[in-house]
Design a protein around this ligand. Structure first.
Ligand code: NAD
Ligand code: MG
Length: 384
């Protein structure tokens, strides 16, 4: 029986994590839950899973239902303290945005194994997180949950001592894969939220449409697998069956496949190194008409180039890119800007702020703060 704490339990990843806990009550005990503002859903989850600790990070409601008196509520803004104090073996970090960085580091400092869905944490603070998450007694202390990175991680286990020459990061291409550059530039939020293969939270769905999700994942892969940016290639694969691949020196390639359902990588992180039933059957290959691959188009999806640019700039440039994208994605979700302007806000912010120093958590969070101010200035300029 492993004890698990779920940060961001009311979100897409958080709810699926709890589904797996419910499927396997003999394997998992939930000891802490947090949400930002979905109080009613959090209360329901607390009733069902009976954690010792909970937190509504965005602010507490006026009263807590009496039947939840068994659960200790932390004050708002205390995600980090929940991560540190909870009695858990594993910390599922499923919050959205850089808000997960402090909590991830605090949880790790307190000895928890990190199951990381929250890619923004690695993008902003990759070197700090990887320093904090070195193997202990040959065992990993950080397990990726993002489907592509889980796939690569599984391939690397199969690779044994062989290092990959290339990482082939697959991308569905999102809802605008076949759209013209002009149509993508003018696309609005309702169009971006119609993702063809994955059902996810709103921010990552917007990121998938702009391809900033894949830009963030390039940076995430660089940190997780300690490879050079040139070794990471994005490959558009609209069916989302091949979750990613690694290629070796001799020309051989390993891939990990499955239907597009996050419960598989979520549960694998939770049960590693074992595998148990996730509720998701293997793909029915005979029923799949085809698996296709294409190169991403840098003209229509310029976000990918910005990931390589930020990586080569070093310092806190990736934290700047991430913060500007969080601001732009939020503005896009509120219908303040069109898709083309998302890119312009991020590119403009990265150009103006560059690569501030990144040698401490405080320095990274300061770069994040400055980038948000600058991104908001760009937003005012480009707003429709
Ligand atoms: P979501 O928006 O559905 O859920 C986010 C959760 O975090 C909610 O519980 C919310 O209450 C909480 N939250 C929001 N803002 C917060 C803040 N400032 N502080 C603390 N908690 C906050 O998001 P999601 O789709 O579940 O994604 C979560 C993370 O996992 C993201 O980083 C995303 O990129 C990553 N991810 C998601 C998927 C997916 O399929 N949804 C796949 C791969 C990676
Ligand atoms: Mg992914």
């Amino acid at each position: 029986m492993r004890k698990i704490a779920v940060l961001g339990s009311t979100g897409s990843i958080g709810r699926q994590t709890l589904d797996e806990c419910e499927r396997h009550p003999d394997l998992f005990q939930v000891t802490a839950l947090t949400a930002n503002s979905s109080a009613e859903l959090l209360f329901e989850q607390i009733r069902k899973f009976r954690p010792e600790i909970a937190c509504l990070t965005g602010g507490m409601p006026e009263s807590i239902p009496e039947d939840l008196a068994f659960c200790r509520f932390y004050p708002a803004d205390q995600l980090e303290n929940v991560a540190a104090d909870c009695d858990a073996d594993d910390l599922m970090v499923a919050v959205v945005g850089v808000a997960g960085l402090r909590a991830t580091l605090a949880g790790r400092r307190a000895g928890k194994r990190i199951l990381l869905a929250n890619k923004e944490t690695l993008v902003a603070g990759g070197h700090l997180v990887m320093d904090a998450c070195r193997d202990v007694d040959g065992q990993p202390t950080l397990i990726p949950v993002d489907s592509e990175h889980s796939a690569i991680w599984q391939c690397l286990q199969a690779a044994g001592p062989n290092r990959p020459k290339k990482i082939l990061l697959t991308a569905s291409g999102g809802p605008f894969r076949t759209w013209s550059k002009e149509a993508i530039e003018n696309a609005d939020c309702a169009q971006a939220l119609r993702h063809p293969t994955w059902n996810m939270g709103s921010k990552i769905t917007v990121d998938s449409a702009s391809m900033f999700n894949k830009a963030l994942e390039i940076i995430e892969a660089k940190w997780l697998f300690n490879v050079e940016p040139e070794q990471i290639k994005v490959l558009v694969h609209p069916q989302s069956i091949v979750h990613s691949m690694i290629a070796f020196e001799d020309g051989a390639v390993l891939a990990q496949l499955g239907v597009p359902d996050m419960r598989v990588p979520i549960l694998y992180a939770m049960t590693y190194p074992e595998r148990v039933w996730s509720g998701v059957p293997a793909p029915d290959f005979a029923a799949l008409s085809s698996l296709t691959f294409e190169a991403p188009d840098p003209e229509r999806f310029p976000a990918l180039r910005l990931a390589y640019q930020a990586l080569s700039m070093g310092g806190a440039a990736c934290a700047v890119l991430n913060a500007a994208n969080e601001v732009a994605a939020q503005a896009f979700l509120s219908d303040r800007i069109r898709m083309g302007q998302v890119y312009r806000v991020v590119a403009g912010t990265l150009d103006r702020i560059g690569a501030p120093e990144a040698d401490s958590l405080e320095a990274i969070l300061e770069a994040d703060r400055l980038a948000r101010i600058t991104a908001n200035e760009f937003l005012k300029q480009v707003e429709t």
